[in-house]
Design a protein around this ligand. Structure first.
Ligand SMILES: Cc1cc2nc3c(=O)[nH]c(=O)nc-3n(C[C@H](O)[C@H](O)[C@H](O)COP(=O)(O)O)c2cc1C
Length: 216
C-alpha cells in the first residue's frame, strides 16, 4: 500500500514571486517521496484528498492576500497539519532584518483564525520592484536597508521544505479513514480528518504524478 503523504501546496500572489517559492517547496517535497499538488489558493479547491497543507501568500500592507487568508478556516476544519509561509520585501537575514520580519509575521498572523494550530511558519524574501514606487518610498526603503531585486533565498526555502518533509504524516487511504471512523471515539469520528470522503487524488487527477517535473 502506498503510504506516502499527499500534500497540497497552495499560494496567493500578485506579481508571481510567491509562485516560484511554492513551486520550489512542492518540488522539494516531491523529491522526498510525497505526492504533491501545487495550486493557486481558490475557494473551490478540493481539500479532501490531502493529508497535509502548505499555504503561502505575498504580504501586502502587512497582511496576507485574500485568496490565501480565506482558505485558512477551511484548512483548520480539516484537522490535518498546516504549514504557512509569507513572502515579503525583507530578506530575514541578519539580526535587525530578522527582528523586523518576526514582528511582521506576528502582525500578519493577527488575521489568521485564532484556533489555527500551525505546524510551522516562515517568512521569505521575495522580489522588490521599486520602479513604480514614489521617490520618498524608495528613499525610505533604502534607509531601512532594503534593496530592489530578487531576494528569494532558495537554500532557505529548500531547507524549510525538507523540515516539512520529515514531519509529514503517512497517507491514510479510504479504508483506513473508514476504520478510524468506526473504531475510535464518537468525538474522533466527527473530526473532518476522519470523515473525509476521499475520492482518490490519483483518480481525480488532483495530485500530479511523482514523475512531474519540479517547478524550477
Ligand atoms: C502594494 C505592495 C505592498 C507591499 N507591502 C509589503 C509589506 O507590508 N510587507 C512586506 O514585507 N512586503 C511588502 N511588499 C513587498 C511584497 O511582499 C514582495 O514584493 C513580494 O515578493 C510580492 O510577492 P508576489 O510577487 O508573489 O506578489 C509589498 C509590495 C507591494 C507591491
Amino acid at each position: 500500500m502506498d503510504t506516502s503523504a499527499r500534500v497540497l501546496v497552495t499560494y496567493a500572489t500578485v506579481a508571481g514571486s510567491t509562485t516560484g517559492i511554492a513551486e520550489r517547496i512542492a518540488a522539494t517535497l516531491r523529491a522526498s517521496g510525497a505526492e504533491v499538488a501545487c495550486r493557486p489558493a481558490a475557494p473551490d479547491l478540493d481539500l479532501d484528498p490531502f493529508d497535509a497543507f502548505v499555504v503561502g501568500s505575498a504580504v501586502h500592507d502587512m497582511a496576507w492576500l485574500a485568496p490565501a487568508l480565506d482558505l485558512l478556516p477551511r484548512l483548520q476544519e480539516t484537522g490535518r497539519p498546516v504549514w504557512c509561509f509569507s513572502v515579503g520585501g525583507i530578506q530575514p537575514r541578519g539580526r535587525i532584518a530578522r527582528t523586523m520580519t518576526d514582528r511582521e509575521l506576528r502582525r500578519v498572523a493577527r488575521s489568521f483564525p485564532p484556533a489555527l494550530a500551525l505546524r510551522g511558519e516562515r517568512m521569505f524574501g521575495g522580489i522588490i520592484d521599486l520602479e513604480h514606487t514614489p521617490l520618498w518610498g524608495r528613499l525610505f526603503f533604502r534607509a531601512m536597508g532594503g534593496r530592489a531585486g530578487d531576494h528569494r533565498d532558495w537554500a532557505s526555502v529548500e531547507a524549510w521544505a525538507e523540515e516539512i518533509a520529515a514531519a509529514l504524516p503517512r497517507h491514510r487511504d479510504d479504508a483506513q479513514r473508514r476504520q478510524a471512523r468506526t473504531s475510535t471515539s464518537p468525538a474522533a469520528g466527527t473530526s473532518p480528518a476522519s470523515t473525509a470522503t476521499a475520492s482518490s487524488p490519483a483518480a481525480s487527477g488532483s495530485v500530479p504524478s511523482r514523475s512531474d517535473s519540479p517547478g524550477r
